[in-house]
Design a protein around this ligand. Structure first.
Ligand code: AMP
Ligand code: MG
Length: 414
């Protein structure tokens, strides 16, 4: 690759992921604390679900052969509540009053819901509107989960439904990937932390550090433990010392800013001194510059390095497209991206650029996509407004009505 040529996003991603090997560290944690974590070992059920045949409705358990015709009247021989353990078999020719989730008595093969039955003689007998079919409103033993079944696979992220599923088979603790340890630095002498200077006192040329805020929010969502190391020191030797120290105890050093051509802070020379650095110019908009490298560690290992572009929208989107998959790969996740959905563009984009572009869009109530008028790489208001990105190939114009590839941000941020 010559110095001036651009690399495709797919190539950049492939190179990055080819370099990154999952961390071998795992930990066993309480299931209640496992939301969003990547599973390190298959979850295998030692029981079947439901554990036994049970009622799916409130009503009457009976044997279908004992209901010869519409309106048959049966004796109610027992009452079975959910949670009841000792259930006597069904007296032949009778019905059992039963409630949702309660075990079916031996001999019963269907449940008639109470809306299709009429209680007689203070509940001593019941009239069944019509003969049910065998198995009606019965959840059979093992129909949801067989004993020995793998219910969640290694490499899957645990989401609220997976946690409930694991709990339903009696698991209290799960083995998950240990959190990647991420050290975060921002670069830029212009940056000021909100709260340190009031907006009316902000000197010309200074801006508030906004990238730190989305990074501090995104990293924990991806199961990472973050150490915010502030801004890069203003001397090279101090920067080398800070990066070297961070590399010893972190899996990734993530920086924001300072990766553009001609940008002179100390991060690039410091990473080069401590290991190896690639500066990529990626054919993507927003977000062209990206740095990827590794720092040597005293124990013979290494710490990855990623440098995001400083423009907020560029940094945000580059994080989702390159750093997010890296962090998921470190945790051994099998799925590194969320699916794109084809949706109708309710906008025109007549003059496409020569780089693949990610446009800030939002779904409208007609099922199409609206485009934010401001597509600048610093336009945070547009990013806030957007609920997704259109992934537009280089050179491809969009006319109203075209199908485009939509990435739902909510899924990428989960
Ligand atoms: P850079 O990538 O350092 O050349 O920065 C590109 C643009 O992003 C410049 O206008 C910077 O002022 C701005 N920028 C860099 N870092 C941040 C940050 N942490 N928060 C907000 N804007 C930033
Ligand atoms: Mg800068």
């Amino acid at each position: 690759m010559s110095d001036n040529s651009l690399m495709s996003l797919n190539d950049a991603r492939a190179r990055l992921l080819a370099t990154v090997t999952p961390l071998a560290r795992t930990e066993v944690i309480d299931l209640l604390a496992a939301d969003g974590r990547v599973l390190a070992r298959d979850l295998i059920s030692t029981m079947q679900m439901p554990p036994c045949d049970c009622a799916a409705m409130d009503g009457y358990a009976l044997r279908v052969a004992g209901v010869p015709a519409d309106g048959a009247v049966l004796t109610v021989s027992q009452r079975i509540a959910a949670g009841q353990t000792a259930v006597p078999p069904l007296t032949p020719g009778s019905a059992a009053r039963i409630f949702t989730g309660a075990p079916l008595p031996a001999g019963a093969d269907a449940v008639v819901m109470q809306e299709d039955a009429q209680s007689l003689d203070d509940g001593a007998r019941v009239r069944i509107a019509a003969p049910p079919r065998v198995g009606q409103h019965v959840r059979s033993a093992g129909e949801d989960i067989a004993r020995g079944a793998t219910i969640v696979h290694q490499g899957e992220r645990l989401l609220p439904a997976s946690l409930a599923l694991a709990a339903s088979i009696g698991l209290a603790r799960v083995e998950v990937a240990a959190p990647p340890r991420v050290a975060l630095f921002c670069t830029g002498d212009e940056l000021v932390m909100p709260g340190s200077v009031a907006p009316q006192d902000l000197p010309p040329g200074r801006i508030y550090d906004s990238n730190r805020y989305f990074l501090r929010a995104l990293l924990p969502r991806l199961g990472c433990q973050v150490d915010d190391l502030g801004v890069v020191p203003d001397r090279l030797d101090a920067t080398v010392a800070a990066l070297d120290r961070a590399a010893q105890t972190h899996d990734l050093i993530l920086t924001s800013g300072g990766v553009s051509v001609g940008e002179e802070d100390h991060v690039k020379p410091a990473v080069r001194q401590l290991g190896q650095l690639d500066l990529w110019r990626i054919a993507v908009k927003p977000g062209k510059p990206f740095a990827f490298g590794q720092l040597r560690r005293a124990d013979g290992g290494h710490c990855y390095f990623t440098g995001l572009p400083g423009n907020p929208v560029s940094g945000f989107i580059t994080f989702l497209l390159l750093v997010r998959p890296l962090l998921l790969r470190l945790q051994g996740a099998t799925r590194l991206d969320e699916a794109a959905v084809p949706l109708r563009a309710d906008f025109d984009w007549p003059k496409p650029g020569n780089r693949r572009e990610f446009l800030r869009v939002r779904r409208n109530t007609e099922g199409g996509l609206d485009l934010h008028p401001s597509q600048g790489s610093a336009a945070l208001a547009a990013l806030h407004w957007a609920d997704g990105l259109v992934d537009l190939p280089a050179g491809q114009p969009v006319a109203r009505g075209d199908k485009v590839s939509y990435l739902p941000l909510a899924e990428w941020l989960a």
